[in-house]
Design a protein. Structure first.
Ligand code: AMP
Ligand code: GLY
Length: 428
């Protein structure tokens, strides 16, 4: 198979790395790709959202499978265009992507179909938001802008007063993140967070793998929210029958709902869940693989991953191909020192990094220029290591981080020191 991966982040580098090793993969391409994907296949200088150019190049290059990485491509309708042109696509159409691109759509969908989720009120103006907050019973409030806002559209407010401040600043300055006016005021859930990735072929859906990510910039889950500063898999401290519960409580009603609404959802459904005292609840859906979760899942995937994704894209998922080994993986993100406030480009990084077997580096937004890497400076790379358990993987990952950081010889990168450290997480 000749496979195109759409996107430019470390998630896409990890997908390309795993797909390239699949027995049924002949060649991998990426659009626009990054320094990592350039090292194992051709990068096409086409934006992830440019459906017209992607269709043309895929036809010229006889692509057998397209894997959509980022939400921007899905929301731009790239899946629709490629499918209309007869290509096999792993990733939903724009309408299925609304489960991610509109939090209001997703919340109403869950309410219509009995999917357990945080209680929420939807408002369209400051006055309506204030009325809701006046009547708010107690506890924290999560304030969420409706549209895609690159992680900036959610504020976890510890109390009603703080929530008031958020809605006032958004509405008064006409700057609700994502550009719309719809806002959700959501009950603050307390518990353990986990990302479960379910494969959907339009007719069936199965949990495939799970991981936990670290969203805050600083150690001990402090500082601003980011795209994700690290991850580990498999998740810890969750019920052993997690996947059965997800299948029964979340995926069954979701699939019934999709079918009832005539939505043929093909790809991965990322279920952002909270394991609360009241069972599993959905925090959010995403219509794509997670970043950095994918960087820790791909090293654990075994078997013919390319054939698995192709079977999903063809609407005939072969679950016997869905295999993940019993080891653990920890991934640490190295980011620009001013991330997430600002992305400052970091140039001239060494492309060849010293790695032991079982460790891997996945590049984020970057280009390979004369054997050196120019990075755009947000999340620059993810260093991952596989181990017998999380503690082992964590030790190996941080050894690799130290080697990588000293080889790169740059002070322009920073990273969290507590990824996979449960003693730290459990203290919170
Ligand atoms: P989202 O973009 O919806 O995933 O929100 C970003 C992060 O905010 C999530 O990963 C959670 O850590 C947190 N969050 C969102 N909604 C809730 C909620 N209802 N209760 C507690 N935390 C939440
Ligand atoms: N790791 C969070 C996300 O991919 O949305």
């Amino acid at each position: 198979m000749r496979i195109l991966i759409v996107g430019a982040g470390a998630r896409e580098d990890a997908l390309s790395w795993r797909l390239a090793q699949s027995p049924s993969c002949e060649a991998v391409f990426a659009a626009p790709g990054n320094a990592g994907t350039a090292s194992r296949g051709q990068n096409w200088p086409i934006a992830a959202t440019d459906g017209v150019a992607l269709v043309k190049r895929c036809q010229e290059q006889r692509i057998d499978l397209v894997v959509l990485g980022p939400e921007s491509a899905i929301a731009a309708g790239v899946g629709d265009r490629l499918r209309d042109a007869g290509l096999a696509v792993f990733g939903p159409n724009r309408s299925g992507g609304r489960l991610e691109s509109s939090k209001v759509f997703a919340k109403r969908f869950m309410e219509r179909h009995g999917v357990p989720t945080a209680r929420a009120r939807i408002v369209h103006s400051l006055e309506a938001a204030q009325r809701e907050l006046d009547a708010w019973s107690s506890g924290g409030v999560v304030v969420k802008a409706d549209g895609l806002a690159a992680g900036k559209g959610v504020v976890v407010a510890p109390d009603v007063e703080a929530a008031r401040g958020v809605v006032e600043s958004w509405y008064r300055s006409h700057s609700v993140p994502g550009g719309g006016t719809d806002v959700l005021l959501e009950e603050l859930l307390v518990g353990r967070e986990v990302s479960v990735f379910a494969l959907c072929d339009g007719r069936a859906t199965v949990p495939f793998a799970a991981a936990c990510d670290y969203k805050r910039a600083g150690d001990g889950d402090t500082g601003p929210n980011t795209g994700g500063m690290g991850a580990y898999a498999p998740p810890q401290g969750l019920p052993a029958d997690l996947f059965d519960r997800v299948r029964e409580r979340i995926l069954s009603p979701v699939l019934r709902g999709l079918l009832a609404e005539g939505e043929t959802y093909i790809g991965v459904l990322y279920c952002g869940l909270m394991w609360t005292g009241d069972g599993l609840k959905v925090i959010e859906f995403n219509a794509r693989f997670g970043d950095p979760e994918t960087q820790v899942l791909m090293p654990l995937v075994t078997g013919d991953f390319a054939a698995l994704l192709k079977s999903v894209a063809d609407g005939a998922m072969d679950v016997s191909l869905a295999a993940v080994c019993g080891k653990s993986c920890v991934g640490v993100v190295l980011a620009g020192t001013e991330y997430p406030r600002r992305s400052v480009p970091v140039q001239g990084l060494r492309a060849e990094l010293p790695l032991d077997s079982g460790t891997q580096v996945f590049w984020g937004g970057s280009t390979l220029v004369d054997g050196r890497v120019d990075a755009s400076g947000g999340r620059v790379l993810t260093v991952t290591a596989v181990g017998e358990d999380i503690a082992d993987a964590r030790t190996r990952a941080y050894e690799a981080v130290a080697r990588v950081a000293s080889t790169l010889g740059t002070r322009e990168l920073s990273y969290r020191r507590d990824i996979g450290d449960f003693a730290q997480r459990d203290r919170q």
